[in-house]
Design a protein around this ligand. Structure first.
Ligand code: SF4
Length: 317
C-alpha cells in the first residue's frame, strides 16, 4: 500500500521551517515518493540529499542508540562504559565505511550516505585528513559516554529500575519518532528518556552531543506538553533536563504554566504557518516559489554552506 503524504509537526521541523522555507519544501514535499522506481528526477535528487547525514550526526546517533540500548535492559544487565564506547565507535566506523563504499546505492534508507562524501569535502579527501576528522568523533563518543557513566547528576538515570522508566527511545536502527495527537495535529516528539523519580515526578532527559542552542529549552517544553497529553503529567509534576554529554554538564529548564502556555502559543503559530503552505505532495510537486530561499545578502545565508540541499538549491560552491 502506498504511503500517504500527511501534515505533521515537530520541534525540529519548526526549527528548519524558521531557518529556511526552501529546505522545508525539499525535505517534506519535493522528496516525497522519491523512492519510487518511476519518480521524477527532481524528487529522486531531493530524496537523496534529504537522506544525507554527517559524521557528526552519525556520532550523535550512535551515542543515543547505545544509551537507549543500555536503558532498555534491566539494571543488572546494563552496559558498562567500555562496552558502550566500543559499540558506538564500531557503529561510527561501519557508517563511514557504508558511505565510502557506496552501499547506499543499494538502499538509501538502510545505509549511510555522508554529505562529506556526496560533496567531496576536504575532510575526507585523503587518508590523513579522514583519520584526523574521524578521530574527532571517536573522541566525542569516548568523552560523552565516559561522562554519562561518571556524572553524579545522572545516578538517578543509571540506577533507575524498570518500574521507574516511563519512556526509553527506541534503540533499533529503524527506531522512529514517537508521536501524539495535539489539537488535531500529528506531533512527532521523542524524548531520549523519561524516568519517574522517588517523588513521583517525571524527569525528562534529552542527550545533547553537540553544543547548546537557544532552541533546546523549547524542545524540552514540547516534551513537557507530550508528558501531559500522553502520560498524564501536569507541568507541576515534570522536570526537564538537557544533558550536554561532551561537556559533562546538565541544564534544568523551568517548567511552569506560563512557560508551557508560551510554548503552546509558539506551536499553534508554527502549525498555522506550515499548514498555510501545505499541499498534498503525493500528486503535486507544488510551487517552490512559495517556499523562498534565504536571500543571498541575508546574514543567515551562511547556513547554505553546510546545507544538505545546497546542490539542488544551486548554492554549492
Ligand atoms: S542552500 Fe540555503 S537557501 Fe537553499 S535550501 Fe539550503 S539553506 Fe535554504
Amino acid at each position: 500500500m502506498a504511503l500517504k503524504h500527511e501534515f505533521a509537526w515537530s520541534a525540529s521541523r519548526h526549527r528548519g521551517f524558521e531557518k529556511c522555507r526552501r529546505a522545508h519544501y525539499y525535505a517534506y514535499y519535493l522528496s516525497w515518493n522519491g523512492w519510487l522506481r518511476d519518480a521524477p528526477p527532481q524528487r529522486v535528487e531531493a530524496r537523496t540529499q534529504h537522506k544525507l547525514t554527517s559524521l557528526s550526526a552519525v556520532a550523535g546517533s550512535a551515542i543515543h542508540r547505545v544509551l537507549a540500548q543500555t536503558m532498555s535492559e534491566p539494571p543488572d544487565r546494563r552496559m558498562k562504559e567500555a562496552e558502550a564506547i566500543d559499540r558506538a565507535t564500531r557503529e561510527l566506523r561501519q557508517a563511514f565505511g557504508e558511505s565510502r563504499d557506496g552501499l547506499w546505492k543499494r538502499n538509501l534508507s538502510k545505509f549511510t550516505y555522508l554529505a562529506e562524501h556526496f560533496y567531496e569535502e576536504a575532510s575526507v579527501a585523503t587518508r590523513e585528513a579522514t583519520a584526523e576528522y574521524g578521530g574527532r568523533f571517536v573522541e566525542r563518543i569516548r568523552t560523552s559516554l565516559h561522562n554519562f557513566f561518571e556524572m553524579a547528576e545522572l545516578a538517578v538515570v543509571r540506577d533507575a529500575s524498570d518500574e521507574q522508566l516511563i519512556f526509553v527511545e527506541d534503540p533499533s536502527p529503524s527506531g522512529g519518532f514517537d508521536h501524539f495527537d495535539y489539537k488535531g495535529t500529528k506531533i512527532f516528539a521523542s524524548p531520549d528518556l523519561v524516568v519517574r523519580d522517588s517523588e513521583g515526578v517525571a524527569r525528562i532527559y534529552d542527550w545533547k552531543t553537540g553544543s547548546a542552542s537557544r532552541d533546546d529549552q523549547f524542545q524540552l517544553l514540547t516534551y513537557a506538553i507530550q508528558a501531559r497529553e500522553q502520560w498524564g503529567f501536569e507541568p507541576g509534576s515534570v522536570r526537564v533536563f538537557d544533558v550536554y554529554l561532551s561537556e559533562g554538564r546538565v541544564e534544568e529548564w523551568d517548567v511552569n504554566e506560563d512557560a508551557v502556555a508560551e510554548a503552546e502559543g509558539t506551536i499553534a503559530a508554527s502549525v498555522a504557518a506550515m499548514r498555510e503552505l501545505h499541499f498534498a505532495a503525493d500528486t503535486d510537486l507544488g510551487d517552490p516559489e512559495r517556499f523562498p530561499r534565504i536571500p543571498l545578502d541575508d546574514p543567515r545565508a551562511g547556513a547554505c554552506r553546510s546545507c544538505r540541499f545546497r546542490r539542488l538549491c544551486g548554492r554549492e560552491g
